[in-house]
Design a protein around this ligand. Sequence first.
Ligand SMILES: Nc1ncnc2c1ncn2[C@@H]1O[C@H](COP(=O)(O)OP(=O)(O)OP(=O)(O)O)[C@@H](O)[C@H]1O
Length: 739
Amino acid sequence: MTTPNEHMPGTPDDGLPDDAALSAMVYGSGHEVEATRLDQGATLVQPGEDNTLTGEVIDAPPAPPAEDAPPAPRVLEHRGDHEPLKVLPQWATSPEVFLAAAKREATFLASWVGHHGLRLPFVYLPKFLVRAGVGFGLCVRGLSRWVSDAENKATRTALMVGVRGTSEWKTLRKEHADGVRARLAGLAAAGTMSGVAGVTINTYTGAEGLTVAAIAAGTAAVTAFGIVGTKKVTKPILDTHEEQVPKLTMDLVSDALLTLGLGSMGEVKAGRAENKILRIFSTTGGVEIHVDLVPGATTAMVIERKDRLASALRRPLDTVWPENNHKANPGRLNLYIADKALSERRAVEWKLANKGVTNVFEPFPIGEDQRGRPVSVNLMYNNVVVGGLPGMGKTYLLRVLILGAMLDPRTELHIHELKGTGDLLALKPVAHVCQSGDDPDDFKALRDDLRNVREEMRRRSAFIRSLPREEVSESKVTDELANRYGLKPMLFVIDESQLAFKDPAYGGEIADLVEDVTRLGRALGIILILATQRPNKDAIPTAISALISIRICLRVGDQTTNDMVLGTSMYKAGHRATDLDPEAKGVALLAGEKADPQLVRSASVDGAASDKIVERSRVIREAKGLLTGMAAGDIPADLDHSTVVDHLLAVWPENDPEWANGKIWSDELAARLAEHKPTLYTGWDAAQVNAAAKRHGVTAKNVKHGTGANNVRKGLVRAEIVKAAGDVIALPDTTTEED
Ligand SMILES: Nc1ncnc2c1ncn2[C@@H]1O[C@H](COP(=O)(O)OP(=O)(O)OP(=O)(O)O)[C@@H](O)[C@H]1O
């Protein structure tokens, strides 16, 4: 196999004459021709042979006219012209990449040393000693042949046969005998010198020195014999396991890309176009290769043919990851080749498992990608679908999403797990609603909860509209508004949603309500997650599916299901959850977070770990007074989304006998509120009541009551409260704003 450059004639290592040599062969110096031929091992004219050239001398043909040099291309713009040059190499600016690569190499080195270190005394040394024996035998044989001049035996015999009995014959015999004697004498001299050396060493360094010298000489001899013996045995001494996967080389990658049939094959074959490998380097858990594909080919094409690429590279499908580089050009391929398949890697630890809180308005980590880089999702202003075959890790993934949202103590959780296995019941201590089961009561409870949420959406929508424009420039519940006005983020989860939608009694209404929540809830701080084992039209009605922005697909069985979860044409574009390894649990494709779908290995949080996180969240919520609904011991159906306006009306009858003109001091209202809802209002004073009312557009006035000193204080007007409470208008459709 060759790299693209090696196909070019004239490169130093292609074994062919370069341009200069070729022209010399045709037009010029015979020396250069000879040199070139010598290089190629060609037979030269030998001394003594007739090397006279015969024939007519003709003039060398004139040199061909130099072709007009093509005009230099006119540069219109060069993208890099205005980019500042990088001062430091990338590894220096990205210690993470550098450390990951160093760790990878060190791990490999350690495993290599361990593997061979263990075999050295038990396998390699015995093998080497056997080879040293072979080498010794070869040396003795060689020496005896040298002493007896065995090399020349055939020539000698032939010469002697012709002159038997003559003086020449005697001379030849004598010469041979003298030669043998001289070599024997040489051997004896070498033996004697060794003996003398031994005696000398013994004299000067004693027996110990002699022993050391003998060991050194013996080791050197054994090593030398071993090397001689090893040359005779072709099998390598090191135990190199059978390579099932060919070594990753530039040639392998180039050839693999060629098999994909990208660009014009004619151009590629003619050497006018190539897949240009720009960089190849070690990175976290694998190797990354940057390639500029042949002109006209795109990375999307490679992604589409990922299976063919993996086959050509002779690697498992889930170790080969072609990716776009959006900062470069559509033909720039970033190819990551992992050392290990996903199923062989360690489970991913969740970064928030032991400490930390989240802000649900910002992304939080849910796992890692194929390279071990963290993968995060931002749930706010999104709706989510999670789909996948049973047993692939849907519950684990769903749990991480819920736990992440839960670690923002403001998030109100509504969890409906309709399978009835109680997988998510462990979240009850912090959930506003948490129920498990598929009885008619469970579907009714889901319907009621959805109705309450829709009611809350109306309330929020009206409230947001009532705020001054400068406070709601985006017409949606922001982090700031959530804090300032207690508009808690809400997470509504329906696990096994297909059961809800097909329920004969409540399914229709549930579908309508879910559609409303999906369409309008996002801007109002309400996030919906639907999870299903069988993502088809029943599991997620088309009207709802179209509104879902984050799509997470664990392994599924077919193209239709793949596209139902991830979106239309995803399968065709090469984003195939059908190809995920059934052994790799918790591995999914995540669409909607980034420009391209990405792979995510969800963090592994089992039941026990989840309990601890729930406990941690409950402590925080308790301290902040944020436990509501079931978590606070209330009945789930009593979902209370009332505001201070509702509470004021509850403690302030229309014709209050004590306060005849419809106005009350705010400190009186604070006392009544504290009695009505002690958990919310204990400790409130007049100023707090006024501030809370002001958020609903009700301003405190001076209210005169009774006689005597201090009979004029700040208070509220009931008619204004009634107006604020009734200011609930139809919901606006925020879908287009969000999209
Ligand atoms: N992210 C993960 N990391 C490691 N192992 C996981 C992960 N997710 C799931 N598993 C393993 O896979 C098993 C099945 O996961 P899970 O219960 O989430 O599947 P499921 O898709 O919800 O199945 P079902 O729909 O039948 O309940 C788990 O018991 C766990 O051992």
